[in-house]
Ligand binder design. Structure first.
Ligand code: NAD
Ligand code: ZN
Length: 351
């Protein structure tokens, strides 16, 4: 596996220009972004590419999960062809996870793969979707069902761009950040509890630390398990219930990080019921999530439907759910045979 650099910080302009100048890419490039981000940042990124000697076209997709579709992908292939991209033309994802997943899917499939560069602009994309190489579009019958593993050649995270990110989206990203602490790193959990204010105020030092550590943890887990054989499954902590909550609320009430936060509360409660952790750990989970403005319970969800949904999760193999459960802060285990009764009880407690 070829490695690539992740650049995190402010004023990355020179770094970006130098990177592009150093590559043996074709001159034509495609910047994929969405309707929210385009007016804020697309021109300045295009300028950087121009300075590096590229002729870049900006392709703008409607903001929102609906754009992660084969039909939007098709419009992008058309633009790539019309722009005259070839196999060495870079595709740049400038946006959140939606843009990153979609642009990555285009980069993986257009001409069987062209160079891909990520410029994640949301905290969630910075700490999660831009790391690990998963790219995908949704199908009407399920999220992320059509995709590939495709690594970027570089990731640039310009923290200046965080200033325009809606506060709710900050919390969304923090849901995944908190996840990393609980599944992998007790010290990181401690850091998060001790720096809540700086994080919420987007203080550069705190931001850089939480983004860098999150990327490190995700990359560490993924590098030990590129294709999701085992270890990678721990990243799914909180996601079994989280996905069901997102689905039951039609992806309209809770965004991903919020649903995962509720899912992590559920997974913690389930771990407690199984005697794996003390109530104290459950309380610490709830406290940190609440302090980061994340929900602990899902409103207006039907318990029975949630229960049915978790068996249809993409990660469910042969009808068996791989529950990622806590053994301590910073330590998880995977259990397949969790009594139905406890799962049902847990669901009722998070609604
Ligand atoms: P998103 O891309 O929809 O971004 C959230 C919102 O914030 C959008 O409205 C966007 O326009 C706006 N935005 C982003 N950056 C901004 C900025 N700097 N200033 C102002 N507005 C900004 O959603 P997301 O939460 O970033 O990502 C969610 C997607 O990521 C989902 O589709 C999910 O499936 C995917 N995902 C993928 C992986 C993976 O491993 N590939 C992992 C986690 C999530
Ligand atoms: Zn997630």
């Amino acid at each position: 596996e070829k490695s690539y650099n992740i650049y995190i910080g402010h004023n990355l302009e020179t770094t970006i220009i130098d990177f592009f100048k150093a590559q043996k890419y074709s001159q034509k490039a495609l910047i994929i972004t969405d309707t929210n981000i385009a007016p804020l940042y697309a021109d300045s990124v295009k300028d950087l590419l121009t300075k590096a000697g590229f002729n870049a076209k900006i392709a703008i997709i409607p903001a929102g999960e609906q754009s992660k579709s084969l039909s939007v992908a098709e419009t992008l292939y058309t633009q790539a062809i019309e722009q005259g991209l070839d196999r060495k033309s870079p595709i740049i994802a400038l946006g959140g996870g939606v843009v990153g997943d979609l642009a990555g899917f285009i980069a993986a499939t257009f001409m069987r793969g062209v160079p891909f560069i990520q410029m994640p602009t949301s905290l969630l994309a910075q700490v999660d979707s831009s790391v690990g190489g998963k790219v995908a579009v949704n199908h009407a019958l399920g999220k992320n069902l059509i995709g590939a593993f495709y690594q970027p050649q570089a990731v640039f995270m310009d923290l200046e761009m965080m200033k325009t990110l809606p506060t709710r989206e900050i919390s969304t990203g923090l849901g995944e950040v908190i996840k990393y602490g609980f599944i992998y790193d007790h010290d990181f959990y401690t850091y998060l509890t001790e720096h809540q204010q700086e994080i919420l105020q987007l203080k550069p030092e705190a931001l850089i630390h939480i983004i860098a550590r999150s990327c490190e943890i995700k990359a560490d887990v993924v590098s030990k398990d590129e294709c999701e054989a085992g270890l990678r499954a721990i990243l799914n902590f909180g996601h079994t219930l989280g996905h069901a909550i997102e689905k039951e609320t039609n992806y309209a009430v809770y965004n991903h990080g919020e649903a995962v936060a509720i899912g992590m509360v559920g997974a913690s409660k389930l771990s407690f019921k199984l005697g794996l952790i003390s109530q104290d750990v459950v309380d610490k989970m709830c406290q940190l999530l609440a302090n980061m403005n994340l929900p602990l319970k899902a409103k207006n969800c039907d318990a029975q439907k949630i229960y049915q949904d978790i068996f249809h999760d993409k990660k469910t193999v042969n009808g068996k759910i791989n529950w990622v459960l806590l053994e301590d802060i910073g330590k998880v285990c995977i259990k397949k045979d969790v009594p139905e009764k406890l799962v049902k009880e847990t669901i009722l407690e998070i609604l």
